[in-house]
Write a protein that binds this ligand. Structure first.
Ligand code: BEZ
Length: 211
C-alpha cells in the first residue's frame, strides 16, 4: 500500500552528491522535504532543482533539509549539477540522491507505471522531526512544481504543530487561522487570548498566534 500521512518515513542509506547519507540521521531534529524527479539532463527537472537551490535559505529558515532523488546514477548527477548551476544561475548545495536500483523510489511509491515504468513521477514528501510523513503530493512528469507552495505548506504544518490551529484555503504566513472544531469555546478562551470571530459556530477565525 502507498505511504500514508502519519506513517513513518522509510529510512534508507544512499549515495548522494553530498556523500553517502542515512536519511533519518541526516534529518536529525529537522523537517525534511524529499522530492523526486524523473530523469537527469531534462529541462523541467533542471528548472526545478534550480528553483530549490535559489530557495534553499528559505528552507534553512524553516529548519528544513531538502533532498532530491532520481533513479539515475551518481555519475549522471555530478555531471548534471554544473549545468543546473550555470543555466539556473544558482549553486545546488543540497543532496541529489542516486537511486539506480530504485530502492528508495520503491519504498516511497514514486514510480507510477501509468506515467512511466522505469522513472519516478514528481513526488514530494514532507517529513516531520518525528520522522512521520506530514504531506505527500504527486505531480505528473509534464508539470514543474511550485516550491513556494511547498514553503507555504511547511509554514502551515509547523504552525499547526506548535499552536493547535488549522489554516484556511490559500492561507499565507501572517493570515488569520481557524480554531479546530475539537476545541470547545471555554477552552479556546484560554488558548487564544486574542479572541476570534465566528460567522458560524463551527467557523472561528483567530489571529495567527505567533504574530
Ligand atoms: C523534464 O524534466 O523535462 C521531463 C522529464 C521526464 C519527462 C518529461 C519531461
Amino acid at each position: 500500500m502507498a505511504l500514508q500521512l502519519g506513517d513513518e518515513a522509510p529510512d534508507f542509506t544512499a549515495e548522494t552528491t553530498e556523500g553517502t547519507i542515512n536519511f533519518h540521521e541526516y534529518l536529525g531534529d529537522a523537517w525534511g522535504v524529499l522530492f523526486s524527479h524523473p530523469k537527469d539532463f531534462t529541462p523541467v527537472c533542471t528548472t526545478e532543482l534550480g528553483s530549490v537551490a535559489r530557495l534553499k535559505s528559505e528552507f534553512d529558515k524553516r529548519n528544513t533539509k531538502v533532498l532530491a532523488i532520481s533513479v539515475d546514477p551518481i555519475e549522471f548527477h555530478t555531471g548534471w549539477v554544473p549545468d543546473i548551476n550555470e543555466t539556473q544561475n544558482t549553486e545546488v548545495d543540497y543532496p541529489l540522491i542516486a537511486d539506480p536500483d530504485r530502492k528508495v523510489a520503491s519504498l516511497y511509491g514514486m514510480i507510477h507505471p501509468n506515467e512511466g515504468r522505469t522513472v519516478t513521477v514528481r513526488s514530494v514528501f514532507i517529513v516531520g522531526p518525528d520522522k512521520k510523513v506530514k504531506l505527500t503530493i504527486n505531480y505528473p512528469q509534464s508539470t514543474g512544481r511550485n516550491f513556494h507552495e511547498i514553503l507555504r505548506v511547511l509554514d502551515a504544518l509547523q504552525l499547526s504543530a506548535k499552536h493547535s490551529v488549522v489554516t484556511p484555503a490559500d492561507w499565507e504566513d501572517g493570515d488569520d487561522c481557524i480554531i479546530p472544531p475539537a476545541i470547545p469555546d471555554d477552552e479556546a478562551k484560554d488558548r487564544f487570548p486574542k479572541g476570534w470571530t465566528a460567522p458560524r459556530p463551527y467557523l472561528r477565525m483567530t489571529p495567527q498566534p505567533d504574530k
